[in-house]
Design a protein around this ligand. Structure first.
Ligand code: GDP
Length: 315
């Protein structure tokens, strides 16, 4: 980016965060940007290792994501799913034919002894990506959702139960022993680090697992680089997904300022959508009010530029 010196870390979940990550790849060079994706949504299904957030970001960075459906690959077909259903197999987690190839190959690479970060690097290379996308950890962490119907694995809650059961909390199994990605810790300690961007992702199930990895929050706080989050809540609603519903069920107001309060003193800056401009004066953290809906490549690029420009004026 002309005029932006230094390195940037972007913490992201899947579809929402991927949009800003794509914008950041437009304005930062590959050696300036590290995109770190949540892996607590990962699960094993039909013998396959599935990493939904890594894949959402990877497909978005490669401009191969389906923007209408909102997840998976564009130009997808569903023959394997139909055949699976006809055989009486589990078909609640939709896997397109092309997407299946990603899961087959990732699963094979993992079985061959590659780490998840190695596997991600190979997949990203194969898709022609130059920017770095890494999993938050190579160790398994699994989100468990406490609901009125008992504790559910994340994908069972999210996909099979369509986020219907009321949630009362989350647990990240394996988080105490999982090591954060070494590259993330190196970048956090790098004196060329100029900004840490928390993408507009679900704060509870996409961003929190990354923040809860041993040493990550402390390293973010110790870094002189400002931490800037972009609100995933716009006008009291999630653009997509259960973030607002979760907030209500967790007895928080579903609002952009409540997300900032939830991140608390981790933040040095907060970006909210212009529809939420009336909330700006109630925030104690420096904030910027701008359009944050990313429906086109131009809007992703613009938000990335605005977030970086804002971060430059913090600290
Ligand atoms: P998931 O893991 O696929 O659910 O995706 P994320 O956690 O990365 O993102 C989900 C969040 O992204 C939701 O809370 C959405 O409201 C938010 N989101 C999606 N698109 C946009 C957008 O264009 N702008 C903003 N500000 N938030 C968005």
């Amino acid at each position: 980016m002309a005029g932006f010196d230094g390195k940037v870390i972007a913490l992201t979940g899947g579809v929402g965060g991927a949009k800003l990550a794509r914008g950041l790849t437009e304005v930062l060079s590959p050696d300036q940007l590290l995109i770190v994706a949540n892996t607590a949504d990962d699960f094993e299904h039909l013998g396959l290792s599935i990493s939904p957030d890594l894949d959402s970001v990877m497909y978005a960075l490669a401009d191969q994501n389906d923007t209408e459906r909102g997840w998976g690959l564009a130009g997808e077909s569903w023959q394997a799913m139909e055949s699976l259903k006809a055989l009486g197999g589990d078909d609640w987690f939709r896997l397109g034919d092309k997407d299946l190839a990603t899961h087959l190959w990732r699963s094979q690479l993992l079985r061959d002894g590659h780490s998840l970060s190695d596997t991600t690097r190979l997949l990203c290379q194969a898709l022609g990506l130059h920017h770095r996308l890494i999993p938050m950890s190579d160790d398994p962490v699994r989100t468990l959702v406490a609901t009125e119907r008992g504790e559910l694995g994340f994908q069972h809650y999210f996909v099979r139960e369509q986020c219907e059961p009321k949630v009362s909390g989350f647990r990240f199994a394996g988080i105490e022993t999982a090591s954060p990605a070494a590259e993330l810790m190196d970048w956090l300690a790098d004196d060329r680090l100029a900004a840490i961007v928390i993408c507009p992702s679900n704060p509870f199930v996409s961003v929190d697992p990354i923040l809860q990895l041993q040493g990550v929050r402390a390293a973010m706080q110790a870094s002189p680089a400002p931490v800037v989050a972009v609100s995933p809540i716009v006008g009291g609603m999630a653009v997509k997904g259960p973030a607002a519903k979760m907030m209500e069920e967790l007895s928080m107001p579903a609002s952009a300022d409540a997300v900032a309060q939830w991140y608390g003193d981790l933040l040095n800056g907060y970006v909210m959508d212009i529809v939420d401009r009336n909330l700006a004066s109630s925030l104690s953290v420096p904030n910027k009010v701008i359009p944050t809906l990313m429906s086109s490549l131009a809007s992703k690029r613009k938000l990335a530029l605005d977030v970086l420009d804002f971060s430059r004026h913090l600290n």
